[in-house]
Design a protein around this ligand. Structure first.
Ligand code: NDP
Length: 298
């Protein structure tokens, strides 16, 4: 029975972190600059707190200074923006990340827009997303999750040019930028969303399939073209009495079925998740280099 190659995001992310750590120590030796990332966490969502903790840990592991601001659920949009302005003006901070989602009484876009584009390591400022959508113009930063997906394809030697790619989901943080990046790599891209009729007929055409819908196991084996490469962005908690936590994480793709049909597939966890954080570190390093006009050879 055919079995897909596992695209090991955890391993690749570790390789990337090692590369970043080396570059950071070179930059520190050469010009005495250490990259800094500021993280703003509002409210008390457990999953957000976990993401922030993991990001901070990852920063430490490569030698990036991390700064954290925690604000209560009842804080105001103005307070959050005040902290952002402060980091915008702080030369030791090269990247600013506002952990989403924000409490519902805030306008998320207003807050995201307050991050200056030079420090927008998430790539969510409309000036960066707009540039990503244009031909021949580069954004200062590309959103971490879709960038991580493309990096996995690249490091596993998957050719993108000329291939048919399908992206499931069209959010501003994953689906849309993923489609733009694949298009930029000369794939022919189709986007499937909640109003698409017969999505499985479209996904079956895909040489490369990126799933980012947030629906556990939605993509069945029968949705996949034999030999396709499948990147599963979904992180969904499903009940699991056998797990001590009472739940486990699964992707948007039914791994058991898909791994019999695809030629390569990312697991959940251990696929795109670790890559997202690695790309955040990479964007922060790039930002620090840019701020200090640091270009080193190698
Ligand atoms: P959103 O909820 O913002 O977007 C979901 C998208 O999927 C929407 O475009 C929606 O369509 C589409 N969709 C929903 N249901 C269906 C359906 N039945 N058929 C087809 N399309 C559908 O989610 P995100 O993009 O933020 O996240 C997607 C998933 O990726 C989540 O599981 C999230 O946890 C995970 N994620 C993982 C990250 C990582 O680091 N690995 C980082 C970020 C997210 P429509 O536009 O029509 O509503």
């Amino acid at each position: 029975e055919a079995s897909a190659k596992v695209i090991d995001g955890k391993k690749v992310a570790k390789e990337i972190r090692d590369e970043i750590a080396t570059e950071i120590s070179k930059m520190k030796d050469a010009i005495g600059v250490v990259p800094g990332l500021a993280v703003i966490l509002v409210g008390d969502r457990k999953d957000s707190a976990t993401y922030v903790r993991n990001k901070k840990k990852a920063c430490e592991s490569v030698g990036i200074n991390s700064y954290e601001v925690r604000l209560g659920e009842d804080s105001t949009e103005q307070e959050v923006i005040k902290h952002i302005s402060c980091f915008n003006n702080d030369p030791s901070v090269h990247g600013i990340l506002v952990q989403l989602p924000l409490p519902s009484h805030m306008n998320e876009q207003n807050v995201v827009d307050a991050v200056c584009i030079e420090k927008d390591v998430d790539g969510f400022n409309p000036l960066n997303s707009g540039r990503l959508a244009m031909r021949g113009i580069e954004p200062l930063f590309v959103p971490c999750t879709p960038k991580g997906c493309i990096e996995l394809l690249r490091r596993y030697g998957v050719e993108i040019k000329g291939k048919r790619a399908v992206v499931l989901g069209r959010s501003n943080i994953v689906g849309r930028p993923a489609a733009a990046l694949l298009d930029g790599e000369d794939a022919t891209v189709t986007v499937v969303h909640s109003r698409t009729q017969n999505p499985e007929e479209i996904t079956r055409e895909a040489d490369i399939l990126i799933a980012a819908v947030g629906r556990p196991n939605m993509v069945r084996g029968s949705w996949i073209k034999p030999g396709a490469v499948v990147i599963d962005v979904g992180i969904n908690a499903v009940e699991d009495a056998k797990n001590p936590r009472g739940y486990r994480l699964v992707g948007d793709v039914c791994y058991e079925e898909a791994s019999k049909i695809a030629s390569a597939i990312t697991p959940v966890p251990g696929g795109v998740g670790p890559m997202t954080i690695a790309m955040l570190l990479s964007n922060t390093l790039v930002s620090a280099k840019r701020a200090h006009h640091f270009i080193h050879s190698s």
